[in-house]
Design a protein around this ligand. Structure first.
Ligand code: UD1
Ligand code: UDP
Length: 359
């Protein structure tokens, strides 16, 4: 079976690294990787391919830095050409980015079955581009790999039991990646020594809902500056956020560094006292590395983490963020609960694809 995998943004490289490894063990699957080019800086893209042994993409469309319509439209056109040329049997997409919806739509219109990894997640906030992307991608996917019970429940409520798609509970492929690469990260990363870190908080900020609203970003930065005066906050800063902080004329008082590769990220996760983030992936990785998390959003798709007390939503209010950080720094929790499948998701996905009869 010829399988086209569409990836383009940082979290998709990490997810695809885990699943591609499982595909490589199945002879009947011939995976062809297409990079849309959505992320393109060396440390937002190339570093993951070299560090994590992800197969080199056969295509790179180099489509990035555009408005949503232009970006998605050009990707759609580029992916369609490749699906036709390669005569793909199936196309696989990950997550909820513009690369995800472009890939799914291109294949579906050509009657090529679509597999969606990370299906069924919902924030119920339709102002998020990711929510639009994931709802539409799920609806046109033939194989829906759900990371959690909640994801399956969301699809069921939306009527998916009446649709001719197949829902599979796979667990979360990010846990597979975290477990596998955490065995290697210490050997390949020097970040803790290079930055002379001992007691620190790890923070990432990149969501459009935070960066594109001046008031929200201002509140978040005020909170980080206050927290940093008590405990060092390390921020591998996404280029989107770096640009907007500069455009708005804000000052961020923290240990701001360029985005890092996955080995550095894992070492930061292992050694930090707490995670502050608006990232989807980081919320789960905090849990995998037994760290509490304060999430700079008003809602989360990963509700089992907030329900279990591992994660606290703080929105974008300075006082609430500072209070939440103080509270979570003092908290102890038992992280041994299995919420995401325990690292077997990639195998489940690869076997399902190999045996698939989807049409
Ligand atoms: C995208 C995803 C988001 C995901 C995030 C992961 C969508 C709608 N959003 O957001 O769901 O959480 O990726 O990181 O698909 N830029 C660079 N260098 C890069 C990458 C981006 O300078 O390597 C700049 C772009 O030029 C652009 C901005 O950052 O102006 C935003 O990039 P874009 O890919 O549109 O969205 P993200 O914020 O990265
Ligand atoms: N990540 C990384 N380096 C960084 C920031 C993030 O390797 O500088 C990893 C992070 O550990 C996680 C993934 O990128 O595995 C999450 O991506 P991101 O936060 O960009 O996107 P989201 O998960 O919100 O879609």
């Amino acid at each position: 079976m010829k399988l086209l995998t569409i990836i383009g943004a940082r979290p998709q490289f990490i997810k695809a690294a885990a699943v591609s490894r499982a595909f490589s063990k199945i002879k009947s699957i011939n995976e062809i990787i297409v990079h849309t080019g959505q992320h393109f800086d060396k440390n937002m893209s190339e570093i993951f391919f070299t560090e994590m042994d992800i197969p080199k993409p056969s295509y790179n469309l180099n489509i990035n830095s555009l408005n949503h319509g232009a970006m998605t439209g050009r990707m759609l056109e580029g992916i369609e050409e490749i699906v036709l040329k390669e005569k793909a049997d199936m196309l696989m997409v990950y997550g909820d980015t513009n690369s995800t919806i472009a890939g799914a739509l291109a294949a579906k219109k050509l009657h090529v079955p679509v597999a969606h990894v990370e299906a069924g997640l919902r924030s119920f906030n339709m102002r998020m581009p990711e929510e639009v992307n994931r709802i539409l991608t799920d609806r046109i996917s033939d194989l829906l790999f759900c990371p959690t019970d909640k994801a399956i429940e969301n699809l069921t409520k939306e009527g998916f039991s009446y649709f001719p798609s197949k829902i599979v509970k796979s667990g979360d492929v990010m846990q597979d990646a975290a477990l596998y690469y955490s065995q290697k990260s210490e050997k390949f990363s020097n970040i803790i020594a290079t930055l002379s870190l001992s007691d620190f908080i790890l923070c990432t900020i990149h969501r459009a809902e935070n960066t594109d609203t001046k008031e929200r970003l201002n509140e978040i930065i005020n909170a980080i500056n206050e927290i940093n005066s008590i405990k060092t906050v390390v921020i591998p800063l996404h280029p989107r956020t770096r640009k907007l902080i500069s455009d708005y004329g804000f000052t961020l008082q923290a240990k701001v560094i360029d985005p890092v590769g996955y080995f550095d990220m894992i070492e930061l996760l292992k050694k930090c006292a707490l995670v502050i983030t608006d990232s989807g992936g980081l919320q789960k990785e905090a849990f995998f590395f037994e760290k509490h998390c304060v999430t700079l959003r008003d809602e989360t798709e990963w509700v089992e983490l907030t329900e279990g007390g591992f994660n606290k939503l703080a929105g974008a209010n300075c006082n609430v963020i500072v209070q939440s950080v103080n509270e979570m720094l003092k908290k102890t929790s038992n992280f041994s609960v299995n919420l995401y499948g325990g690292g077997k998701s990639s195998e489940i996905i690869a076997e399902e694809i190999a045996n698939d009869k989807a049409d």
